[in-house]
Each structure stands twice: as structure tokens, then as C-alpha cells.
Design a protein around this ligand. Structure first.
Ligand SMILES: N[C@@H](CCC[C@H](N)C(=O)O)C(=O)O
Length: 289
């Protein structure tokens, strides 16, 4: 009988993840193994992997263990490592609740972008305190076919380029990463958001994610969009002294983002566990050959 590895499948506004519980960090998840798990035909399928490890058991998280028991070791679908995943951290919290590691209410999760406070509400939504955005100086340019847009460089722990467009269809098929220049603005690659207005403080977006391609939702992307929209709309909370709340519609659902005058950003939306099962370790080995 071959060895089996437990997994779950979950999503936040259809940004979907293979969840691999591994409290003692005993499973070696190589980039090839992550890509095999995320393969939508030959594997389980997902935009990324949430490797669930005790902070004390992971060299990148040990220093956060006193504040947060669990570390979200997030990987993109192509196996690359990313600093942060906003939908991922909400689904991670839902998994901790599902597995009985936490009840509802408040908890903290360690990520590569620091410890994130999370609140699991009784109504089912999960809110994460994402911290502050960084806005590196200088606009960037996003190009799709014959169209180009000046875009805002926003860092939410991970890098984003936010372009306001007239029509989301102008983003094209997004099968490949849209070129962003200057390339020096993003030495480690970039997530690209295309945004249209839907109403006052209400936008819709599509995203091409670094390491995953076009996804149905991106939490850090939605935060970057809200931050860029507030600056564009003259609603920067640091200037007005009042919080700015944006509703962000994505192909997979709706997220609500609030930025406070001190720059702290909160994101709220659904997080769902869909299934639980077992990975055949022999299959995973063979997928790596
Ligand atoms: N979908 C995520 C972002 C995942 C990481 C991203 N692809 C990157 O490489 O930075 C989210 O919900 O934030």
C-alpha cells in the first residue's frame, strides 16, 4: 500500500488552493511537486499551495512563533515562492477553524510578509489586516497588444502594477504575462491588475498573477487596486483623515477593502473549504520524474 498525504481544497472568491497540512514541516514540497499538485488536468488543480506548518518548525517563520502558531508557506501554481497571498491567508484561517486548531474570532497567521491578524466572523466572512501598502516612486507602463496604460506601482508585501482601463476586455486573453516597463521596477516579477469603475468607490478588476496566470481573484491585488483608486479619486485616507472603503468585484466574487488614515488596510470576503482527501505519494513521486 502506498503512502498517502492528506490534502484539502479551498478557495476565496474562487482563488483556489491545494492545502497541505504539515505541522512539523516534514514534507519536502519542491517547486515541481507544487506545480504537479496545481496542475488542473493531471493533478488536483489550484492557483497555488497553502503549506500549513507550525511557525516553530519552519526556518523562515521561527522568529514569529511567539506571535503566531501557524505559518502560511505559500507557493504559486508554477512552484515559485511568493511573499504574501491575501485570499490564501483567509482560506488558511478557514482551514485552521475547519481542522479544529482555532475557533472563530481573532487569530494571527505568520506569513513571509509578517504576522497578519485575522478575524473569522460568525457570518462566514474572514477579514485580514493586511498592513500598509508601499508606493514606490515613479509610474510604470502596462502594455497589451497595441494598447498601453500608465499604471501605479503598489507593493502589498508582493509587487503589483495597477492599470485603470476603459474596458476589462482590453486586457485581452491574459494567457501570457502583460509586459510592464521599466522592468527594473519589478526585479522579481509583478502581478498586473486591470481596473474599471462600476460606481462611487466601486470597481471591477481582472488580474494576471505572477506564477499563476490569470486567476479569478487576487486579495493583495484587490488591496493594491483600492489603494491606487483612493489616490486617483482624491480619497487618500492619510490626506482626508477618513477611512476609504472600496468594493472590488472580481471574476470570482467580491472583496471589500478599507484603508484607514494610518495606512492600515483590511480586506473582507468569503473563504471556503471544498473537499478533503489524500494524495498518493507514489503518484507525486512519479510526477516529479
Ligand atoms: N492570489 C494571491 C496572490 C498570490 C501571490 C502572487 N501570485 C505573487 O506572486 O505575488 C492573493 O490573493 O493575494
Amino acid at each position: 500500500m502506498s503512502t498517502r498525504i492528506a490534502f484539502l481544497k479551498g478557495h476565496g472568491t474562487e482563488n483556489d488552493f491545494v492545502i497541505v497540512p504539515d505541522p512539523e514541516n516534514a514534507i519536502e514540497l519542491s517547486p515541481a511537486a507544487v506545480a504537479a499538485l496545481c496542475d488542473r488536468r493531471a493533478g488536483i488543480g489550484g492557483d497555488g499551495v497553502l503549506h500549513v506548518v507550525r511557525s516553530a518548525a519552519h526556518p523562515e517563520a521561527r522568529h514569529m512563533a511567539a506571535e503566531a502558531e501557524w505559518f502560511m508557506d505559500y507557493r504559486n501554481g508554477d512552484g515559485s515562492v511568493a511573499e504574501m497571498c491575501g485570499n490564501g491567508v483567509r482560506v488558511f484561517a478557514r482551514y485552521l477553524q475547519y481542522a479544529g486548531h482555532v475557533g472563530g474570532g481573532d487569530l494571527a497567521i505568520a506569513t513571509r510578509a509578517g504576522v497578519k491578524p485575522v478575524h473569522i466572523a460568525k457570518d462566514g466572512d474572514v477579514t485580514v489586516a493586511m498592513g500598509r501598502a508601499r508606493l514606490p516612486e515613479g509610474d510604470v507602463t502596462v502594455t497589451v497588444d497595441e494598447r498601453s496604460w500608465t499604471a501605479r506601482n503598489v507593493n502589498m508585501g508582493n509587487p503589483h502594477a495597477v492599470a485603470f482601463v476603459d474596458d476589462l476586455a482590453h486586457a485581452g486573453d491574459l494567457y501570457a504575462a502583460p509586459p510592464v516597463s521599466p522592468a527594473t521596477a519589478y526585479p522579481d516579477g509583478v502581478n498586473v491588475e486591470f481596473v474599471v469603475d462600476r460606481g462611487p468607490r466601486h470597481v471591477a478588476m481582472r488580474v494576471h498573477e505572477r506564477g499563476s496566470g490569470e486567476t479569478r481573484s487576487c486579495g493583495t491585488g484587490a488591496c493594491a487596486v483600492a489603494v491606487a483608486a483612493a489616490r486617483r479619486d482624491g480619497a487618500d485616507p492619510a490626506v482626508t483623515g477618513t477611512p476609504a472603503t472600496y468594493t472590488v468585484d472580481l471574476p470570482g466574487g467580491r472583496l471589500v477593502i478599507t484603508e484607514r488614515p494610518d495606512g492600515e488596510i483590511e480586506m473582507t470576503g468569503p473563504a471556503v473549504i471544498v473537499a478533503a482527501g489524500e494524495i498518493d505519494a507514489e503518484w507525486l513521486e512519479s510526477a516529479l520524474r
